[in-house]
Design a protein around this ligand. Structure first.
Ligand SMILES: Nc1ncnc2c1ncn2[C@@H]1O[C@H](COP(=O)(O)OP(=O)(O)OP(=O)(O)O)[C@@H](O)[C@H]1O
Length: 302
């Protein structure tokens, strides 16, 4: 199916010794994007990922990967996944290329051409015949990603991939993950506790705290006519203004209304036409940062 979600979390919970680590996560991830799973330390990101890739059992609910249940159809589900959850296994005294060839032997059907293509995709061509022990952290990670996508999975899962990378490394990661979605049609699922990185890297971000899903946001919506923003009009008579504008709520001397950008001058004209004084118009849409700061009490972003 064309629009089938790559990942579907259906009421997923993890309970260990009667403690709930993850509660009732429900979420669909559509194909071809970089999807961010954002939350402070201990929020339940790794637990969720471990359930997605079969490293931990699911206490309640189910996870479907390309329509296959991780619970009841694990082989098919996991065939669609490439992941780096713990440090990928690599032989440091072999070259990157030798590592990939060795790894490819374990999965049937991976050709030499596919290995070459994958090396290209992760930008390791220039150093692939050097020993892994000479690689930087970023290069080891690229090799790990190459290993993870050799079998052309639909989903690539990376747990905190920016940890330990310098700003240049983070930038490169962002660029090649984006390219992977375009060139391989793969969906990338990354977790992080750093909002600033997620905002630059991801098309959609889900926020998790204390094991619960707080919000899911599309970060790539163009500011167009169909995007609603919250706008406050500061007026001399909020009561009357609210009567003139359907759906408006009163907040002190302001009315707040969800509108498209194009409607703002229209509403302003209506208020003025009805004899109201408009002292100010402000966009009060909560940014992701507002929300994340509120949620983490101000300490969660880097
Ligand atoms: N096997 C386990 N048994 C008991 N508690 C666990 C287990 N694994 C994780 N936890 C607890 O579950 C909570 C969520 O942990 P998890 O590792 O999923 O968080 P996280 O969002 O990935 O955070 P971090 O970025 O710090 O890894 C934490 O309080 C952790 O101590």
């Amino acid at each position: 199916m064309q629009n089938e979600p790559v990942v579907r979390l259906q009421g997923v919970s993890k309970i260990i010794s009667s403690r709930s680590l993850v509660s009732d996560l429900t979420l669909d991830i559509s194909p071809g994007q970089v999807f961010g799973f954002l939350g402070p330390n201990g929020a339940g990101k790794t637990t969720t990922i471990r359930m997605m890739v079969g490293l931990m059992s699911i206490s309640k609910g189910d996870i479907l990967i390309s329509g296959h249940s991780v619970k009841t159809d694990f082989e098919k589900a996991i065939a669609e996944v490439g992941a780096i959850v713990e440090n990928p296994e690599m032989y440091k005294f072999l070259t990157g290329y030798q590592n990939l060839v060795h790894f490819a032997r374990m999965s049937p059907g991976i050709t030499k051409e596919r290995i070459a293509e994958t090396i290209e995709r992760v930008g390791l061509t220039a150093r692939i015949h050097d020993k892994v022990k000479t690689y930087s952290l970023g290069m080891r990670q690229r090799l790990g990603v190459a290993q993870a996508i050799l079998h052309k999975p639909k989903l690539l899962v990376l747990d905190e991939p920016t940890n330990g990378l310098d700003p240049q490394g983070i930038r490169e990661l962002r660029d090649y993950l984006r390219q992977l979605t375009q060139e391989e049609g793969i969906t990338v699922f990354v977790s992080s506790h750093l909002l600033s990185e997620m905002e630059l890297m991801c098309d959609t971000v889900a926020i998790i705290q204390n094991g619960k899903l707080i919000d899911v946001r599309n970060l790539r919506q163009e500011a167009g006519a169909d995007v609603l923003i919250e706008v406050a009009f500061e007026v001399n008579d909020a009561q009357r203004a609210a009567e003139l504008i359907p759906g408006a709520t009163i907040q002190g001397s302001n009315i707040v209304v969800s509108v498209s950008r194009e409607q703002i001058p229209e509403l302003n004209a209506r208020l003025v036409h009805e004899g109201l004084q408009v002292y100010g118009i402000r966009n009060v849409t909560h940014t992701l940062e507002d929300q994340f700061l509120q949620m983490t009490g101000g300490g969660g972003i880097g």
